[in-house]
Ligand binder design. Structure first.
Ligand code: SIN
Ligand code: CO
Length: 366
């Protein structure tokens, strides 16, 4: 049992039986006191420029979606409606604190926490997502229907920007009340409907696209491969018998050369660099304050190898640090603020993170 995970959940059991495999209801997974964002506070965020928000409504079988920022008049919608705000973890520290419940999952897979408010009967319709999500019920209740695993061939109906499932054979149904959690794996059909006014926190996890990984590894290899290097025939080739033919053995040799080169030149830093590039740098802290933490929009990851510990922050890659800095890194990446006491062994780490625009002063409330 991991200390931080949902109350009744055995993390190891969850990872081997449910993660990316099948849905799981976790009753009372989160304490009600951790779920106190009010509908007004959420609506306030949706008024702001730069906050990703949308309203989905339905009336007489017609679904509609509009995008924020909104003003108060937009909340006078005919029929049931849902307001959804992305990235609330980056805006409200109390929502960011929910990440501790999923601390047993790799931090680099975390995407964001979306919070929704729905009026009675409000729904975003029957759909599937390509991402893992933990649906945490805040105030009120929401009925979730779960259907089959879908793919690109599953029939959908387009309503403006919304792509909804044409059919929804219900396989499971749960009424979530405050604190209940429903884990939904990628591609599993789901359909939530508010019963009374209802808030849901969606803790989302996103896997990188394979196409992006291949492109990045290829780019990194091209940066370091000798452009004059030619293919050699690694094993003795046999006489060619058919003019024009590219034989299986020829292609095997080519494939071997390509994969050997990718492997030989792989610094293993490209992946952390790619992931951390999505961070949004903040201004460096010019006068180091007593406490520092990783800024809500920054992305910081690290890996260790025989040379030490490599840190990736907002796309920057550090030289290898001594592994003695690892406890500080774990604290920072786990959302903790770290006290700055001079001189300290990890001040080089803090300098690096600061220069990458990844640190902020958590006491600096503007
Ligand atoms: C909602 O909060 O109602 C939508 C969440 C989802 O379906 O992923
Ligand atoms: Co969904």
């Amino acid at each position: 049992m991991t200390q931080d995970c949902f109350d009744t959940l055995d993390a190891t059991h969850f990872l081997s039986h449910y993660w990316q495999k099948k849905p799981l209801l976790i009753p009372n997974g989160v304490a009600a006191q951790a779920l106190t964002v009010s509908p007004d506070a959420l609506a306030g965020l949706a008024l702001e420029e730069g906050v990703d928000s949308r309203i989905v409504s339905s009336q007489d079988g017609i679904w509609q979606q509009s995008r924020g920022p909104f003003d108060a008049t937009h909340f006078q919608v005919p029929g049931p409606w849902t307001l959804l705000v992305q990235g609330v973890d980056r805006l409200i520290p109390e929502v960011a604190a929910l990440r501790a419940y999923v601390g047993f999952l790799p931090t680099w897979r975390f995407d964001d926490i979306m919070v929704s408010f729905a009026t009675d009967g409000g729904s975003v319709g029957p759909h599937y997502d390509r991402y893992d999500v933990f649906l945490v019920q805040g105030k009120g209740s929401r009925r979730w229907k779960l259907g089959p695993t879908c793919d690109n061939a599953t029939p959908t109906i387009t309503h403006g920007e919304l792509s909804l499932l044409a059919d929804f054979p219900v396989q499971e149904e749960y009424l979530l009340t405050t604190g209940d959690v429903l884990y939904v794996p990628p591609h599993v059909a789901h359909w939530g409907t508010a019963e009374g006014e209802s808030m849901t926190y969606s803790i989302g996890f996103r896997a990188p696209r394979i196409a992006d990984l291949v492109a990045r590894l290829a780019d990194q290899t091209l940066d370091s491969v000798d452009s004059e290097l030619l293919l050699t025939d690694a094993v003795a080739i046999t006489p060619s018998q058919s003019a024009g033919e590219i034989r299986p053995q020829d292609f095997e040799n080519v494939r071997g050369a390509v994969f050997n080169t990718l492997e030989a030149l792989d610094s293993e830093n490209w992946f952390g660099e790619l992931l951390s590039e999505q961070g949004e740098p903040v201004s460096p802290i010019l006068h180091r304050t007593e406490l520092v933490a990783i800024a809500p929009c920054a992305k910081v990851f690290w890996r260790r190898d025989i040379n030490g510990c490599h840190v990736f922050a907002n796309g920057a890659v550090s030289p290898p640090f001594e592994t003695a800095i690892i406890p500080t890194l774990i604290a920072l990446c786990g959302g903790e603020a770290v006290a700055v006491v001079q001189p300290r062994a990890d001040s080089l780490l803090l300098d690096f993170l600061d220069e990458a625009g990844a640190l902020y002063d958590p006491m600096d409330i503007d």
